[in-house]
Design a protein around this ligand. Structure first.
Ligand code: SF4
Length: 463
């Protein structure tokens, strides 16, 4: 393909490994320009392509699509990159541009308006997403090492869907941003495609996770991608809308109460996604929230919660809190207890503050002793148990869909979850009356009892 000083990389198509007919592997060519760092990027892209079953080819006419990894270090490198894109467009026509010149997307599109996608350096996810869009991988169940949905550690009927990595916040008790870097959102087309694959593989519940789900797409400025013939932007509401098309349970975790979260409540009220929000508030006292540097800490959360419940009365709210944060006074703690009484969250987890090596909060003054933290933890849990029991009691007498997690032993009740219960962290529904219930079954259950954590009920029909 391209000549020196660029690096033309690729291999010829693999020979068929068996006689049975297989779908031809899609073929990708890659032109790699620039420095050793760019070369490493190219190697990573090639590795991903091969792992997903693409063939790498070394001619324009043998490729179904060409990736040009560009350089923009000097004017001459920039010109050479633009020339290489032009050559790939003329010789092949299906071109994805990545690398350092990708930060000048407008320039590239001005000169080569037909390129399929432009991504910047180290954006492997975006490159793969653009390739998936233009040239979907061919899954061959006979030779692929992985099932189409990938390898999962969760039971077959639910799966975590990670939409981004890293975090742009700077909470003083947390070192995740320094460990995982800034927010990097996965392109929406990739996320929806993965979710679709999981649903096709039998997953009945998707748990959307990230460090900050409501910030999805802020880092990439909400690029658009097509899925199922419709355009979606890489942003929170579009994600919820896309996932709601799958007809399975969608549960949102790690959402912060930014104003745009209100838009998702309408989807919950319409039954399109589960009326469940996991919002890690961590505290309620303005002083402590400020010392924690929590995102969205200035939002009027009690008012927001009331509004959400008015618009979606079934909404279940889960949260976590930290007690004994450095400098937390008795007044701050009382404020938190009062806030909890008013907010009436359905599910609450509570942690005693612990120093984390490297976290800014370590250096704050007025650390509390362990007895004080323990005392506050117990008081908070006591208050919350009553609230949780009251909230769960309102479900008694209702008919709810329940997803079975465990079959009952020796005729005992099976264990499942309703919309109010996320796996591992919330309660469960002990289900009687259904014969041969298996994990993954969806049944309708009349709720007959409730305590602080769990529900009991009888099967009324099977889905
Ligand atoms: S605790 Fe704060 S800084 Fe840490 S991951 Fe969550 S939002 Fe980001």
């Amino acid at each position: 393909m391209s000549t020196s000083p660029s690096h033309a990389v690729g291999t010829s198509a693999a020979k068929p490994r068996r006689k049975a007919p297989v779908a031809a592997a899609p073929k990708v060519g890659l032109v790699s320009l620039g420095c050793p760092k760019a070369l490493v990027d190219s190697e990573r892209i090639m590795t991903r392509l091969r792992a997903e079953g693409y063939d790498l080819v070394d001619s324009y006419d043998g490729a179904d699509l060409v990736i040009v990894n560009t350089c923009a270090f000097l004017e001459t490198a920039r010109d050479e990159s633009l020339e290489a894109i032009g050559e790939a467009m003329a010789e092949n026509g299906k071109v994805v541009v990545t690398g350092c010149l990708g930060v000048h997307e407008n320039l590239i599109r001005e000169i080569h308006p037909g390129v399929l996608a432009v991504t910047g350096p180290h954006q492997y996810e975006s490159v793969m997403s653009a390739v998936h869009q233009a040239l979907p991988p061919a899954h061959d169940p006979y030779v692929d090492l992985l099932p189409p949905e990938g390898i999962k550690l969760t039971p077959r009927h639910y799966a975590y869907l990670k939409i981004s990595e890293g975090c742009n916040n700077k909470c003083t008790f947390c070192i995740i941003p320094s460990l995982r870097g800034p927010l990097t959102s996965r392109p929406i087309g990739d996320v929806l495609k993965e979710a679709e694959g999981l649903a096709e593989a039998g997953v009945k519940e998707l748990l959307v996770i990230s460090q900050d789900t409501s910030a999805y797409g802020i880092d990439t400025k909400f690029p658009r991608q097509e899925w199922r013939g419709k355009e979606y932007r890489t942003r929170f509401l579009d994600l919820c809308e896309g996932l709601s098309e799958l007809g399975i349970w969608v549960r949102l975790h790690y959402v912060y109460p930014y104003p745009h979260v209100d838009e998702a409540i309408a989807l919950m009220a319409e039954g399109k996604i589960l009326p469940y929000l996991d919002i890690p508030f961590q505290h309620a006292s303005p002083n402590v929230l400020k010392a924690m540097r929590r995102p969205a800490h200035q939002e009027q959360t009690l008012e927001r919660i009331k509004g959400w419940r008015r618009d979606c009365p079934d909404l279940v709210l889960r949260s976590t809190f930290i007690v004994g944060f450095p400098g937390e006074t008795e007044d701050d703690f009382d404020f938190l207890l009062d806030w909890l009484q008013e907010a009436e969250l359905d599910r609450v987890g509570c942690f005693k503050y612990e120093n984390v090596a490297g976290a800014h909060a370590q250096a704050l003054g007025d650390h509390l002793d362990e007895d004080e933290k323990q005392d506050r933890w117990e008081r908070l849990m006591e208050v919350q148990q009553d609230i949780s029991a009251k909230r769960l009691a309102r479900l008694v007498g209702r008919d709810l869909d329940v997803l079975i997690d465990e079959a009952g032993d020796a005729g005992g009740p099976a264990v499942g979850r309703c919309y109010a219960d996320a796996p591992e962290i919330d309660g469960a529904v002990r289900v009687s009356g259904g014969k041969n219930l298996r994990p993954g079954d969806m049944v309708q259950v009349r709720i007959t009892g409730a305590d602080e954590y769990d529900l009991t009920g009888d099967v009324t029909s099977r889905g």
